[in-house]
Each structure stands twice: as structure tokens, then as C-alpha cells.
Design a protein around this ligand. Structure first.
Ligand code: NAD
Length: 256
């Protein structure tokens, strides 16, 4: 799919993976809505991109907020691409604490709400907007790209909420692709390993020291532009649909 002349929506567009995606989609010719809550970072990115992107303050867990972001994208040009890249770091907590008390249910619900329900919210509302548009000559109306994690498969200790939410995102992909096949909307999922982003809340050198050595090859953390390059490939290749692609340098999470 060629996206020059189309619009795209990127949740978490002011974050690490999101910003790289916004930059890449702009370079590919799209006009992009940055759907995030980080006002300052988003405004800076908009200024940097000189009119190719706009910021729409968006909370993915809020219906009206997402509707506003989708409308902002449609107002720019036909919406062909929606990328779910919102989130950040979650608090690690075991199912049972050392004192035997259980992890608060509210924490689990909050994580699932942000990562899984928020992703579905953007998927369903973007798909509705795409379905209302004329298809391209290929029959494709658009593509939704969700972000899972390798923790969907190998959750580490303390990641029950995050792993369950991300496994939900993986599970959602094929069903959504099947549901949306009738309207020519593809759905793909990316499961990243460890990519250096602000979510790690530490200097890059320290993060590389901690995580880089756990990756077989290349022996370093992923770069956000490598994630964005995969987004661009998925957009371009219409035969990619209903699948999750791991991008992780062969990393497999161990126990911790
Ligand atoms: N960085 C990694 O190693 C890695 C690995 C696997 C999966 N992921 C996933 O990729 C996604 C992006 O991660 P990142 O590392 O770029 O994080 P990040 O913290 O750099 O960026 C996340 C962005 O999401 C925004 N955000 C948070 N809550 C939001 C909400 N309710 N509505 C809209 N925006 C919201 C934040 O403001 C931030 O700009 C997350 O879903 C994360 O789980 C990241």
C-alpha cells in the first residue's frame, strides 16, 4: 500500500517507538496524527516535522478522546494506517507479594485497560473510519498495526498483568483481521524485544549494559527506527495480515 497522500494515526506518538514511527510515516509521505498525552514532547515533534504531523491529545482508554483523534486524521486525508504504540513501563509485582498478600486487582485491571482495551478502542474506531472510505485500487482500505511484546510469550516474574494484556493483543490480531477482511482492512501485530526508549527511565549506557547482553544478535537493544522500519514494511506489503512478527534479535526472556 502506498501511503503518500493518506493520513495515519499513531498512539503513543510522542514516545520512543511512537516517535520513530511518526517520523518514518511522514518520510513515507503520510500526514500523521500524534495521539498521546505527553503535550510537551508531542508539540516539540510537531514543530520539528514542520506541518506534516499534528498533535491530538488522546487518552486511548477514553472513547470520545479516540473518536476525536480518528476524526482529526480523517480531516487531514483518508485514514489508511493506525499504529497502537502507547504505553510505557508498568510496575512489576508478583501475583503474591513476599508477605503473602495478593497483587491488587485494580493494578491488573489498569494494565489490561491501557494495553489491551486501549488498543481495541483504537482498532475498532480506526477500522470504522477506514471502512467508510473508498478502497484503493488493490481493494485495501487500510491497516491497523498493534504493538504486543515478547512478554506475550515469555512473561517474566512480576509481569502477569502486562504479559496477559500483551497476549490479548496477540490473540486479537487474527480475529480482527478475519472480521475486517470484509472491508479490506488488514491487522498486524508487532512483538518487540527490548528497544531502548524513554520507558526504561535510565541512561542508554546503563540500559544497554543491563539488556544488551541478553540479546543473542545483534548484541544490543533494538533501536526505535528498526521498529518503525517494520511498521513501514507492514504498511507497504498487502499480503501481511493477521500475523504477529517478533522483532527481538532472537531474544527470549528468561525467568527474570
Ligand atoms: N521499548 C520496548 O522495549 C518495548 C518492548 C515491547 C513492547 N513495547 C511496547 O511498545 C509500546 C511503546 O513503548 P515505548 O517503549 O515506546 O514507551 P514510551 O514510554 O517511550 O512511550 C509510550 C507513550 O505512550 C503514551 N501514553 C501512555 N498512556 C497513554 C494513553 N492512555 N493514551 C495515549 N497515549 C498514552 C506516553 O505518553 C508515551 O509518550 C508499549 O505498548 C510497550 O509495551 C515496548
Amino acid at each position: 500500500m502506498q501511503i503518500a497522500g493518506s493520513s495515519a494515526l499513531v498512539t503513543g506518538g510522542a514516545g520512543g517507538l511512537g516517535e520513530a514511527t511518526v517520523r518514518r510515516l511522514v518520510a513515507d509521505g503520510a500526514r500523521v496524527v500524534i495521539a498521546d498525552l505527553a503535550d510537551e514532547k508531542a508539540e516539540k515533534l510537531v514543530a520539528d516535522l514542520g506541518g506534516a504531523a499534528v498533535y491530538h491529545r488522546t487518552n486511548v482508554t477514553d472513547d470520545d478522546s479516540v473518536a476525536g483523534a480518528v476524526a482529526a486524521a480523517v480531516a487531514l486525508a483518508p485514514l489508511r494506517v493506525a499504529v497502537n504504540a502507547h504505553g510505557g513501563m508498568t510496575a512489576a509485582m508478583r501475583v503474591l507479594n513476599k508477605d503473602g498478600s495478593p497483587m491488587p486487582q485494580a493494578l491488573f485491571d489498569k494494565t489490561v485497560s491501557l494495553y489491551l482495551s486501549g488498543t481495541f478502542n483504537v482498532l475498532r474506531q480506526s477500522a470504522a473510519a477506514m471502512a467508510a472510505q473508498e478502497p484503493l485500487e488493490s481493494g485495501v482500505r487500510g491497516v491497523v498495526i498493534n504493538t504486543a511484546s515478547i512478554a506475550a510469550y515469555e512473561g517474566q516474574v512480576g509481569q502477569s498483568d502486562y504479559s496477559a494484556a500483551k497476549a490479548g493483543v496477540v490473540g486479537l490480531g487474527l480475529v480482527a483481521a478475519r472480521d475486517l477482511s470484509a472491508v479490506g482492512v488488514r491487522v498486524m501485530t508487532i512483538a518487540p524485544g527490548t528497544f531502548f526508549t524513554p520507558a526504561f527511565r535510565m541512561e542508554e549506557e546503563a540500559a544497554q549494559e543491563m539488556w544488551g547482553k541478553t540479546v543473542p544478535f545483534p548484541k544490543r537493544m533494538g533501536r526505535a527506527d528498526e521498529y518503525a522500519a517494520l511498521v513501514s514494511t507492514i504498511v507497504a506489503n498487502d499480503y501481511l495480515n493477521g500475523e504477529t512478527i517478533r522483532i527481538d534479535g532472537a531474544q527470549r526472556f528468561g525467568l527474570k
